[in-house]
Design a binder for this molecule. Structure first.
Ligand SMILES: Nc1ncnc2c1ncn2[C@@H]1O[C@H](COP(=O)(O)OP(=O)(O)OP(=O)(O)O)[C@@H](O)[C@H]1O
Ligand SMILES: [Mg+2]
Length: 335
């Protein structure tokens, strides 16, 4: 694969919580010391349950949220510097989960697409050409351009969001649950079209999803987040088939198998692991050690004292776990 396109170093976002005293402020550590590099043309899938910091990471990558600490450089641009906002808007496009709320209900689709072009100094005629070209690429009929968002289906609205994201010919797309709000019947089609765009333009994708089957289908590498931290990262096949971190394993155990017989077997596991709850776990009581300690069946004394760092456990495969060597040797039974 190609050269590094995005470099994320020591990235943190702490949100002050209400109720902390002035002397002792309490924070939600939405993103807590993330170091990542993403290659040009790579699809990095980001998974993790609700509250693990995926959207916060996405917003910082888009320059929409300033980090508390750390830095992000994408395509040579310091994304965190406000002065680079215009450059970042050319560099990166975004697609969010709910297309209806990200489109202005009072604007026709044409106006929705024309605005970012005009704001970026593109003349009326060139903008028209670009809109036609883009709307064709996302396979929406041109008759949609005169309509308002409420006159479109969810799938069509999401195509408009995708069109808007690629209008300025970005190098990077940040996709935050882009298909989860869609009907199952249009999900696969939308995913395939996103992948075609990625290939055709050699785009770099940060693809966030709750859905492990989706992430397996689209990603070159998978990054598993928990409590604002990266627990495991590696090539899709390695993480999916040989995920080592206890958290990754519990996530994988919660994926429903396709075969009904397997599903029956797996239900037992899913009940125990219950990895994907809808409510974010309360991690504020964990002040030292591994962030996953209170849910980890293998938790040892060291896990309560020292935060594990990401360490290589295979080729291009890293986990943050004190028990890395034992897990690698398949010896988790000894704990
Ligand atoms: N603006 C904010 N102010 C205070 N806390 C915030 C803010 N945004 C996010 N948080 C908190 O930061 C943590 C991470 O939130 P984030 O939205 O990044 O999670 P997520 O992984 O995207 O979850 P989901 O899968 O539900 O979308 C959560 O505990 C959330 O409550
Ligand atoms: Mg989110």
């Amino acid at each position: 694969m190609k050269e590094t396109f995005i470099e994320i170093e020591g990235l943190k976002k702490y949100f002050p919580l209400k109720g902390g005293s002035r002397r002792k402020r309490v924070y939600t550590k939405a993103v807590d010391d993330i170091n990542l590099s993403i290659k040009r043309g790579e699809v990095l899938g980001v998974v993790g349950e609700s509250g693990s910091g995926k959207t916060t990471l996405a917003k910082m990558l888009l320059g929409l949220l300033p980090p508390t600490e750390g830095k992000i450089v994408a395509g040579g641009v310091n994304v965190c510097d406000k002065k680079n906002r215009r450059e970042v808007s050319h560099l990166a496009g975004a697609v969010f989960q709910d297309p209806a709320s990200s489109l202005n209900p009072r604007f026709t689709i044409y106006k929705t697409l024309e605005r970012p072009l005009r704001i970026n100094g593109i003349g009326k005629e060139e903008a028209r050409q670009r809109i036609y070209e883009t709307i064709d690429r996302v396979k929406l009929g041109r008759e949609m351009l005169t309509r308002f968002p409420h006159e479109l289906s969810g799938g069509q609205q999401q195509r408009v969001s995708i069109a808007r994201a690629i209008l300025l010919k970005p190098k990077l797309l940040v996709l935050d649950e882009p298909t989860s709000a869609l009907d199952v019947s249009v999900q696969a089609q939308t995913l395939n079209e996103l992948l075609s765009l990625q290939e055709a333009d050699e785009l770099t994708y940060l693809f966030i999803t709750h859905n492990l089957s989706v992430v397996r289908y689209v990603s070159d590498r998978i990054c598993v987040m928990y409590g604002g931290q990266v627990m495991e990262i590696g090539k899709t096949k390695d993480v999916y088939e040989n995920g080592l971190h206890p958290y990754t394993k519990s996530l994988l155990a919660s994926v429903p198998p396709t075969h009904p017989k397997e599903r029956k077997k797996k239900n037992l596991l899913t009940e125990k692991s219950a990895a994907f709850g809808d409510n974010a776990p309360d991690l504020s009581s964990i002040s030292s050690g591994c962030i996953f300690q209170d849910r980890c069946k293998l938790c040892q004394e060291i896990c309560k004292k020292q935060r594990p760092v990401l360490e290589e456990c295979g080729e291009d495969h890293f986990i943050a776990c004190h028990l890395k060597d034992s897990l690698k040797a398949g010896e988790e039974g000894k704990f």
